[in-house]
Design a protein around this ligand. Structure first.
Ligand code: V1P
Ligand code: CA
Ligand code: ZN
Length: 392
């Protein structure tokens, strides 16, 4: 009804499962898997599934997770029960592998949840490798903080690392881009010693007060003499309140230079929606349009791409951004009306009936912009200096 048609000459695949969305981190925890249900319902009410190949995700196997994560860690993740949660009273129970604290609680069905998130991203990567899709969408993935043997920041399994490892079987160079408001530390660290993956994270940076505290401008990968991965980690540290205009300019400038120098054969884009204005954990002033502009720019580079989810703690805005970005992937942004369809489930949950709320609709008080033009120019200059070390 909205004239959504299959894009000519290329294929978009959408990877999801209703099972993932039924899991709960706990009442007060900011991560709400239900945001995936809201996203899917918005995508569906606009008729977008007609323009894509839709796949129901399977669980990743233990062996697949083992391609990055250690057996010790996986064995514990698979067997730890919510009852093993260390309590304040009994100090003998140390949290193992950072599991069971407030950020990474042990909850019922945790291993299923993790293996589904990883399954989504692995399926997306395989569709890209098989050339069966040009853009593969995995909103249930994007859990960028997980380490080889450690959970961190709501992330248990690093589905992005697993997906990039798949891409590396076929593609010589993979560019990882991360627009979540947090530093993509887990992915950066996993590829510290290779020049086949370049990682670029844009994030709020304030080591004392903002998680995870890493990702300074000068942190570009270990500069040991024999490390081919040196200079292949790019960090864009930002302050509170950055606007669409500044972010878009910075994104296009940085990614444009990175693309010229590194010449990626595939792109992995983490689209964490906690960089939007009004996010419960975030600090930026981005609108859905500004966030989506990053996806549009990456698509314009013309290499195969995976879109991952990630953070995003105001579910109605997460759904808006990811639905809009799905429409960009299929080239239907001009065909979808900005008013949320009358028949969309949970329509009243969106409060405002538009896909594009204004800043004052998203934020009760405006957030001051602490990013000066001078600082943004310094950031661009430093990135260009780093890129001179990258072989082409
Ligand atoms: O700040 C911390 C830790 C806990 N302190 C000891 C330091 N944790 C953050 C974690 C944020 C994770 C973001 C994940 C992602 O990048 C990818 C999915 O988006 C944190 C915060 C916060 N405001 O930064 N945890 C919590 N809030 C939290 C709040 C309530 C209940 C449980 C966790
Ligand atoms: Ca980021
Ligand atoms: Zn985040």
């Amino acid at each position: 009804e909205y004239n959504i048609v299959r894009p000519k000459g290329y294929t978009v695949s959408y990877h999801a499962t209703d099972e993932m969305e039924k899991h709960h981190f706990g009442q007060t925890h900011p991560m709400k898997p239900w945001r995936l249900t809201l996203t899917k319902s918005l995508v569906t009410s606009y008729g977008m599934p007609f323009a894509m190949d839709n796949y129901n995700t399977r669980h990743a196997t233990y062996e697949e997770l083992n391609a990055f994560h250690s057996s010790d860690y996986l064995d514990y993740l698979a067997t730890a029960a919510p009852e093993d949660q260390p309590r304040d009273q009994d100090s003998e129970k140390e949290p193992k592998f950072n599991l069971g604290g407030s950020d990474c609680p042990l909850f019922h069905g945790l291993y299923d949840y993790c293996s589904m998130s990883a399954g989504t991203s692995l399926d997306a990567a395989r569709k890209i490798c098989n050339k069966q899709s040009d853009i593969a969408i995995a909103w249930g993935g994007g859990l960028h903080h997980a380490k080889k043997s450690e959970a961190s920041g709501f992330c248990y399994i690093n589905d992005i690392v697993l997906a990039i490892l798949q891409l590396l079987r076929l593609y010589p160079r993979v560019l990882y881009i991360d627009i979540d408001v947090h530093h993509g530390d887990g992915v950066e660290e996993a590829f510290y010693s290779t020049d086949r993956v370049m990682t670029v994270s844009f994030h709020k940076y304030h080591p004392e007060t903002f998680f995870p505290g890493t990702g300074g401008l000068e942190d570009n990968g270990p500069k040991s003499e024999h490390n081919p991965g040196a200079h292949h980690a790019i960090n864009i540290p930002l302050n509170d309140g950055i606007t669409d205009e500044q972010y878009e300019n910075l994104f296009k400038t940085v990614i444009g230079s990175v693309n010229e120098r590194f010449r990626p054969s595939a792109i992995a884009l983490q689209c964490g929606a906690d960089s939007l204005a009004g996010d419960r954990l975030g600090r930026f002033n981005l609108r859905v349009q500004g966030h989506g502009a990053c996806v549009r720019y990456c698509k314009s580079l013309g290499v195969p791409m995976i879109l991952f989810g990630g953070g995003g703690y105001t579910p109605r805005n997460v759904a808006r951004a990811w639905a809009y970005e799905t429409s960009i992937a299929i080239g239907a942004e001009a065909s979808i009306p900005s008013t949320i369809p009358e028949h969309a489930p949970w329509r009243s949950h969106f409060i405002h009936d538009t896909l594009f709320p204004t800043l004052s609709q998203s934020l009760s008080e405006p957030r001051n912009n602490r990013n000066t033009e001078k600082r943004l120019r310094e950031i661009v200059a430093h990135v260009n200096e780093q890129l001179r070390f990258v072989q082409h």
